[in-house]
Write a protein that binds this ligand. Structure first.
Ligand code: NDP
Length: 315
């Protein structure tokens, strides 16, 4: 049978390119889990995906009710879950004021981390039930969360501190909107959310890999400077960022190439190792990358997990 993969945020950028790459193989049915149905349908059509290879299902990661509803509708569809790709993200580098999820968490961490945390925890059962030979749970990471790299050292740097704001619920009322308890900074909130993504992947690996055989992985797909992720940046930045990445840092990858990379993490028989953060070298060959000290801190991973459980109502 075909594999069934759920990809969050498949209506643009990396998620769409991955959906297209997998659909084209004829070996995958892609569930595009998106907040904007019409946009996703148009995106799939203009990418040339044929109808029998995908289904669009509504998911708004900035609402935990929506996450639970998505899980219910997915189960009702009767399809097996073979691979889950947590890809969607918001990035608000120029926001002066924080925005919030339906439950009142700061939007970047609430969407990118907490929404995906609940989704992954709930769907772990479904992955477990699948009889697919290589089941995987993938969380898209980012170099911007790795302070052991040049790009990861561009200020403001990611830093979860002692998690005091996170433990307080990131609500801006009786707690800070930032994980470390500091003042709101949209660019930093995004980077912090990506650290949480990478810590979560490793905590999943430690807690569940042996017992379930599921492969847990994260990746840095390269700098895809053309995606919608930068839509809220100032126009000058948006104009200069792609050529800067192409000619100066040489970290630029096209959306198509990044989609092929993530598709490899979904389906390549040689990428079954669990607990790995994949990256690609200049010749587009994959390798196991090192995570920064903070993004591989075992104690922090456990604490982030435990606080996340409380915030999303699992504990
Ligand atoms: P895009 O903005 O193109 O795609 C993000 C996707 O997330 C969109 O489909 C968007 O939906 C969706 N999304 C945002 N908020 C929600 C929500 N509340 N509920 C459901 N879906 C939502 O960015 P990219 O393709 O660049 O980003 C994809 C992933 O790649 C992210 O995890 C990002 O951190 C990561 N990444 C990107 C890099 C880059 O250089 N671009 C580098 C490293 C990592 P909609 O279409 O409705 O807006």
């Amino acid at each position: 049978r075909k594999g069934c993969v759920v990809i969050t945020g498949a209506s643009s950028g990396l998620g769409l390119a991955t959906a297209k790459a997998l659909a084209e193989t004829g070996k995958w049915h892609v569930i595009m889990a998106c907040r904007d149905f019409l946009k996703a349908e148009r995106a799939a059509k203009s990418a040339g995906m044929s109808k029998e290879n995908y289904t669009i299902m509504h998911l708004d990661l900035s609402s935990l009710d929506s996450v639970r509803q998505f899980v219910d509708s997915f189960r009702q569809s009767g399809r097996p879950l073979d691979v889950l790709v947590n890809n969607a993200a918001v990035y608000q580098p120029t926001a002066r004021q924080p925005a919030f999820t339906a439950e009142g968490f700061e939007l970047s961490v609430g969407t990118n981390h907490l929404g995906h945390f609940l989704l992954s925890r709930l769907l772990l059962d479904d992955l477990n039930k699948s009889d697919y030979p290589s089941k995987r749970l993938i969380i898209v990471g980012s170099i911007t969360g790795n302070t052991n790299t040049l790009a990861g050292n561009v200020p403001p740097k990611a830093n979860l501190g002692d998690l005091r704001g996170f433990a307080g619920g990131l609500n801006g009322l009786n707690s800070s909107t930032m994980i470390d308890g500091g003042n709101f900074d949209g660019a930093k909130a995004y980077k912090d959310s990506k650290i949480c993504n990478m810590l979560t992947m490793q905590e999943f690996h430690r807690r569940y890999h042996e017992e379930t055989g599921i492969t847990f992985a994260s990746l840095y797909p390269g700098c895809i400077a053309t995606t919608g992720l930068f839509r809220e940046h100032i126009p000058l930045f948006r104009a200069l960022f792609p050529p800067f990445q192409k000619y100066i840092t040489k970290g630029f990858v096209s959306e198509e190439e990044s989609g092929k990379r993530l598709a490899q993490v979904v389906s390549d028989p040689s990428l079954t190792k669990s607990g790995v953060y994949w990256s690609w070298n200049k010749d587009s060959a994959s390798f196991e990358n090192q995570l920064s000290k903070e993004a591989s801190n075992v104690d922090k991973a456990r604490k982030v997990w435990e606080i996340s459980e409380k915030l999303v109502g699992l504990a």
